[in-house]
Each structure stands twice: as structure tokens, then as C-alpha cells.
Design a protein around this ligand. Sequence first.
Ligand code: SF4
Ligand code: SF4
Length: 222
Amino acid sequence: MIVADLKPLDEIGKSVSQFRKVSIVACGGCVSVCLSGGARSADALARELSHPRHYEFRGPVFHTISIQRQCERDFIEAYLNIPPDTEAILSMACGAGVQTMAESFGTLPVIPALNTTFLGSLDEPGLWREKCQGCGDCVLAYTGGICPVTRCAKHLLNGPCGGSSQGKCEISEDIDCAWQLIVDRLKALGRLDEYERLFPIKDWSSDRGGGPRSSGVSRAKD
Ligand code: SF4
Ligand code: SF4
């Protein structure tokens, strides 16, 4: 899922200080699961941002509202009712949601409240770790279900570098070497022969080096 963190309050306060009425829009998707952008987070943010210490002059009045997803324009236009006197929207969605909101609301400013960080999973209570970079050509079938593109600092596809030591990555003793994890997992699966397989040079054309990607079939008429 998409993981995001709340931006520093000072930064958000500066972004909204020029407006008199701001609608904080929570998102019920991924960011609510990682406890950064859901309805409760929006209420807490409204309370915090209402404190005068964030503003040189009088700060905005906040109104909170929630929608299940901010990354679908049809959904936003069907279900999201913003009060007519709103001067700006503070979106608690990921970057995709913020941009979709901006496309939906024309000239109304849409400001991000979150920093979108990565695609990850919940490994321990309260701890999310990055697991996928959306490379568009998944190799997990050959690596025991552990992604070397994301979890190896050098994106190595054919075994570890010389910095792998006692199962840890050379960049930090707090980070497991992805290739140690892969070898351990292949052993456990009885598929260590996969480790002998040489990956051909990866075709990165499906990664984001070629610019923004799309998926599915456009229904837009010519
Ligand atoms: S190989 Fe690519 S698609 Fe598969 S998990 Fe890794 S980054 Fe994601
Ligand atoms: S130590 Fe392991 S995870 Fe770190 S860069 Fe080398 S191969 Fe990749």
C-alpha cells in the first residue's frame, strides 16, 4: 500500500495561512490504514492547525470532510461536497490523490498535508517498510518473493555485492542484506537452484525512467 507521513505542522501552517476558510479532506484509502490521512487524523490536524501559534495574523477556520478515495476523479465528483465558501482544500491523500483533487476542483487551490513516501507493508506494529518500487516487470517469482530492486540499495539482480556482511547491508547494520534474505528464503523453499539463474540485463523501459506510465484502456472519446 501507499505509505505517507504528515508534513511538519509549520510547513502546513504556512501553506494555509493566507486563506480564511480551509476544508481538510481526509482519505479513507491507504493513508488511513497507515494512520496519516484518515478521518481521525484530519480532525486532529484541524485541532492542531486552529492554534494561533501557527499564524502571524488570524489563521483560517477549518472544516473537515472525508471521502473514501481521492485518486478517482469520478468518485470525487460524485461524492465530495466542499462547502461553497471554502478558499482552499488541504488534502490528506497521497500525491496521486492530491493531483486528482486538483484536477477535479479547477481553480480552487489544493494543498498537500502529507509527504508520500513509498509502497510498503506493515512489518511490525506501527512500522511500515518499503517493499516495491513499481518497476513494471516483477522478478519476485525468481527471488523467493523478496524484491532486490527495492530492498537492495544497489538494485542488484544477480547476488550480493562485496559489502554484504553477516546478513546486513553495507549501508547500515540495521538493514538486512536483500540478497541474504533471498538466499535464506530460496533455501527454505527448497529452490536454491534459482540462485544459479543469471538474470539477463533488466529491461527498465517499464520503470519510470520513460516518464509517467499508464495502465488500462482509456474510455475517453476522440
Ligand atoms: S520486482 Fe518490481 S514490481 Fe516486483 S516487487 Fe520489485 S519493484 Fe515491485
Ligand atoms: S549489502 Fe546486500 S542489500 Fe546491501 S547493497 Fe550489497 S547486495 Fe544490496
